[in-house]
Design a protein around this ligand. Structure first.
Ligand code: A3P
Length: 884
């Protein structure tokens, strides 16, 4: 195809040249060059297109402006009694009520699920003098209560009456369409105190001023924007029933009527207070969620406290970073937005995270914006981001990291920025979690940082499970997302449409973050505050929504005070539970190059002590495909990571004990103290969910005697001054009775309080549904380990699915030692004198006493092992062989 030559650029220039004089052509060329220079220098860089400016919405027109006073502070969150499960939830099936379970989980409220139609679970905790376990009973389908068989219903009623517990019940929306239908149970001769009509489309909603309302304001009205269909309305209420929430409905002929969708039944007929909600998906409507919380407090007699106070911090990361920057008017708007927000959030300040390296890196208007930020510096709180916005995990050298931080610190000093919060945030959460120790050290060294926040712990999703922890003296608080990310410059371009953002504000995810978290640190970025200023709009609108419809009392505090409040409320979160960074894509992206995923053990030998763990460890080390952890200077062949002290040292400390494994090698670790470590199963499982667990079980009386001999050899005064028999037979009244249990407690060497930690419980903890699956656990008979280690090792290799190593000629029995020893380079090598000690046999009277003592525990252990499908250790096979 022929191209039209006259359209080509050089042809245009040539023909122009022919028409214009040389002087004019020169002027034209010069002009073009200046223009393009200006363009390249950014002077004419296109500023993001201005769309309409956003005005925050006001919801108060239809609401009750009054606040209940005085607002509480965050003293407690959740139940006053920490032992109970709080809520008993009757679900249709084990997997139903997802909405409800997620909501309770987000609120950190404990619940016990009982499947409707099955036997009632235990309602009373006998061990604590008969306290009630549940404050409130929730029915996914209230008919399961109304139609409950007489016997169970009698028990439940008695419980509710005795402990003053109330019921919340939902009427399922998916019922066959009914009109003014009562619930009838002919067997129990029961008729519900209302009739109901299903499949209603919700109209405008009105809340009464019921005395149960606390977080939700009374006398408010609103249009439920995002949860309209399939509601059940109540009609023909018995005279004592109190309507709480109404809606206006339209009938098919166009007429309108108002009926309640939430009702309260006082304790008149069956003496149980009930809140009944018309619709199984009702919790999708934010108002019902808030009401549900109020009902929990009301029906639990103020036991399940969800306070009114909420602390909020809004971080603006990336100050001075990137191409969408603030102009001077944007900075003025930011100050104005801050003072408007202060009307709703006491003490509100935007918290600005700066990277000084990019100061004045924009076009002229943006540089004016930077200068204005510095002029207005005292209006805001400031915190250091990274100097050049580089992810800290990329620095493996502490001094490189600190020198970068110093540059940002010098910048702050030069510009006189009020950086007082002892708070910092790392770009992309890098280095905070998974922990990059250098970041913590550099933060401490340069800025004396006390607090940071991340959305990565334990994982980004689900957001409702984000938690905090403290590491190396720095409190890490959970960080929340408000739905805005770096690229969200304009409201109209919001991904999924502005409606998505609005629904998040109007009772959706953003509102719920405020509702379910006592302290929320929100992440936003500088670009969210330029352009049409979507972030100020979002926060001002949600704050207005919260103030107009709820009594939540919003406040801001500096980060260090927030951290103090957070860990006062949730002290159990202080110690992190380290997860495996290699099984989370986002964690993997921010993992230092120095860390590999190949330095974690494939299996753990968990003990207990004195059962033959050293022999097993040494024998496994002979296997060419197995490598154990390096020796610890403090605890020798045991790393003892999952126990308290070392666990706080962090994951890098642990993995440094292991070599970088190649594919044919299996790594393992033996720490006999893992067996009875309270948190070990949880921690080991979080880090090594696919690992195998190996335990050795010796007859308990033999282990007790071995332990006695062990501490005697270590000059324990009681063991030196008293025979084993004396110690064992000392009754509860005897002088050294506490020591009796000290020795008896064969699976713990600590104290009598741990009596409960019997082997079955421990095994259950490791293997049952709690953490590891039973098929990940392997149990070795401790007596067989002594008498036939080769057979034990063969079975273990099979279980671990590792290449077979023939131990037949590698382990030989040594008459003098009385145990099997290794053959290494043709020489026999027995374990040291502390393993396989020489001591007299246990005297028969003590043995008989112990056999009796342990009989019930052994029976329990046998039953459990059989239930879990483990082969029984020979010494446990015959019921009577363990009897005297
Ligand atoms: P005793 O010294 O009381 O006989 P652990 O290593 O877990 O502390 O266990 C020590 C026990 O391992 C010893 O207790 C011993 O009975 C047992 N054991 C099993 N096989 C052994 C072996 N081949 N050599 C030495 N001790 C062995």
């Amino acid at each position: 195809m022929m191209r039209n030559r006259s359209l080509q650029p050089w042809c245009v220039l040539l023909s122009l040249g022919r028409k214009l004089s040389l002087r004019k052509l020169l002027i034209l060329t010069l002009g073009l060059a200046v223009l393009s220079l200006l363009y390249m220098s950014g002077f004419t860089k296109p500023v993001p297109k201005m769309k309409r400016m956003l005005t925050p919405r006001n919801f108060c027109a239809r609401s009750n402006r009054s606040k209940i006073s005085p607002p509480d502070d965050l003293k407690t969150w959740g139940p006053k009694n920490h032992y109970s499960a709080h809520i008993l939830l009757f679900a249709k099936t084990a997997s139903s009520s997802k909405l409800l379970k997620d909501f309770l989980g987000a609120l950190r409220l404990k619940y016990k699920i009982s499947t409707s139609g099955k036997n009632l679970p235990d309602l009373i905790k006998l061990s604590r003098g008969g306290v009630g376990k549940y404050f409130v009973i929730v029915f996914e389908d209230i008919r399961d209560y109304y139609f409950m068989d007489k016997w169970n219903r009698g028990i439940l009623e008695k419980y509710c009456n005795q402990f003053n517990a109330g019921i919340i019940g939902f009427v399922p929306s998916g019922l066959e369409k009914v009109e003014n239908d009562p619930m009838l149970d002919p067997v129990n001769n029961f008729t519900s105190p209302f009739t109901m009509s299903s499949h209603n489309i919700l109209g405008p909603v009105k809340v009464s001023n019921h005395s149960m309302l606390r977080i939700l304001k009374g006398y408010i009205e609103m249009d439920p924007m995002y949860a309209r269909s399939s509601w059940v309305r109540f009609t023909n209420l018995r005279e004592d029933i109190e309507p709480v929430v109404f809606s206006r409905f339209k009938s098919s002929d166009g007429s309108e009527y108002t009926d309640p969708i939430v009702i309260y039944e006082p304790e008149i007929k069956d003496k149980i207070r009930k809140v009944i909600i018309g619709g199984s998906d009702a919790l999708q409507f934010w108002l019902i969620k808030v009401l549900f919380l109020d009902a929990l407090l009301y029906l639990s007699n103020q036991q399940l406290v969800i306070p009114l106070t909420r602390y909020v911090l809004v971080d603006i990361d990336d100050i001075f970073v990137g191409s969408a920057r603030l102009t001077k008017p944007d900075v003025t708007a930011l100050v104005e937005s801050q003072s408007r927000l202060e009307e709703h959030i006491k003490g509100f300040k935007y918290n600005l995270g700066f990277s000084g390296s990019y100061f004045l890196a924009g076009n002229r208007e943006e540089d004016e914006g930077d200068e204005e930020l510095i002029l207005q510096r005292d209006e805001f709180w400031w915190f250091p981001h990274m100097w050049k916005h580089i992810q800290p995990h990329r620095f493996n050298n502490l001094s490189d990291l600190t020198s970068r931080m110093e540059l940002n610190k010098n910048f702050a000093a030069e510009k006189n920025l009020p950086v007082e919060g002892q708070y910092s945030v790392a770009p992309h959460h890098s280095g905070v979690y998974p922990v990059h120790q250098q970041l913590y050290s550099a933060w401490k060294q340069v800025w004396n940082i006390q607090v940071t926040s991340t959305e990565e712990y334990p994982n980004l999703k689900p957001a409702r499970r984000r938690r905090g922890f403290i590491h190396s003296g720095i409190a890490v608080l959970p960080r929340q997302t408000c739905g805005l990310y770096t690229k969200n410059l304009f409201y109209d371009d919001y991904p999924g449409g502005p409606d998505k953002l609005e629904s998040s504000i109007e009772g959706g995810e953003l509102f719920q973050t405020f509702l379910t978290n006592p302290i929320s640190i929100f992440m936003t970025h500088m670009p969210n505050y330029c352009c049409d200023r979507t972030a100020p709009y979002t926060f001002e609108t949600v704050a207005n929504f919260i103030s107009c419809y709820t009594n939540l009392d919003l406040r801001t505090l500096p980060p260090t005070q927030l951290a103090e409040k957070y860990f006062n409320l949730f002290p159990e979160e202080k110690t992190a539970v380290w997860g495996n960074p290699c099984i989370d894509k986002r964690h993997l992206e921010i993992l230092s190059d120095n860390r590999t995923c190949n330095k974690l053990p494939n299996f753990l030998i968990i003990g207990p002590q004195k059962s033959g763990t050293t022999a097993l460890h040494s024998f496994l080390n002979m296997h060419p495909n197995l490598v154990s952890s390096a020796s610890s200077p403090e605890t020798f062949e045991e790393v003892q990571f999952f126990n308290v002290k070392n666990y706080n040292r962090g994951l890098d400390w642990y993995t440094d004990f292991f070599p970088d494994r190649n594919t044919s090698v299996f790594l393992f670790e033996k720490s006999a103290t893992y067996f009875d470590g309270e948190f070990v199963p949880l921690r080991a499982h979080r880090l090594l969910p696919d690992a195998n667990i190996v335990a050795i079980l010796l007859p308990p009386e033999k282990r007790a005697y071995s332990w006695y001999q062990h501490i005697r050899a270590h000059s324990d005064p009681t063991a030196i001054n008293h025979s084993f028999k004396e110690v064992i037979l000392a009754g509860p009244g005897a002088e050294n009775s506490s020591l009796t249990l000290y020795y008896l407690s064969v699976w713990t060497k600590t104290n009598s309080k741990k009596e409960e930690m019997r082997i079955p419980k421990i095994i259950k903890n490791f293997s049952d549904l709690n953490y590891f699956r039973a098929k990940q656990l392997h149990i070795i008979d401790g007596e067989e380990m002594r008498s036939s280690p080769v057979a034990v090792l063969n079975r273990l290799q099979h279980f671990l699915e590792i290449p077979f190593y023939d131990y037949k000629d590698k382990l030989v029995f040594d008459e003098k030692k009385g145990f099997y020893c290794q053959v290494l380079e043709g020489k026999k090598k027995c374990l040291g004198k502390g393993k396989g000690r020489l001591y007299p046999k246990m005297d028969p009277e003590t043995e008989t006493w112990l056999l009796n003592y342990y009989k019930p525990h052994n029976d329990h252990l046998r039953a459990l092992l059989q239930k879990l499908g483990f082969p029984l250790p020979r010494w446990l096979v015959d019921k009577d062989s363990r009897s005297p």
